[in-house]
Design a protein around this ligand. Structure first.
Ligand SMILES: [Zn+2]
Length: 125
């Protein structure tokens, strides 16, 4: 599906205006919420109870943690198992959103240049 969209984009990018790019960005980003940046890690930890059979067996307790960085400071947030699917989706959305913003760069700059050229030549396209 992503490839399909990219092919469609390629066909229209030659004539689009900055407004078109903004509209494209908004419509693509509309489906990408909630979005967050971080990494969801799986680990097995000890619970701290002395006679815990799960810990004694060496199996330990599975848990998920969301890691990230903000202003150079790392953070780690425990994610309960039942919330893992939602958090995972938000992380995937965050990646897709970043990807989208990277794609937006050249398209927006090209569109701005195109508008500038056509205004300076006093032509309408
Ligand atoms: Zn335990």
């Amino acid at each position: 599906m992503w490839y399909h969209i990219s092919e469609m984009i390629r066909a229209t990018t030659e004539t689009e205006t900055p407004t078109d790019v903004v509209r494209w960005l908004q419509s693509e980003a509309a489906d990408l919420w909630p979005a967050l940046v971080g990494s969801l890690s799986f680990r097995r930890t000890r619970c701290g109870h002395e006679n815990c059979q799960t810990c004694l067996s060496g199996e330990l307790h599975p848990s998920h943690v969301l890691y990230g960085q903000h202003n150079g400071r790392r953070f780690a947030v425990y994610v309960p198992e039942d919330l893992v699917p939602q958090v995972r989706r938000a992380v995937e959305n965050g990646r897709a959103l970043q990807e989208l913003l990277v794609q937006a760069g050249p398209r927006y700059v090209k569109a701005l240049k195109r508008v500038r050229v056509s205004t300076s030549k006093r032509k309408k396209s």
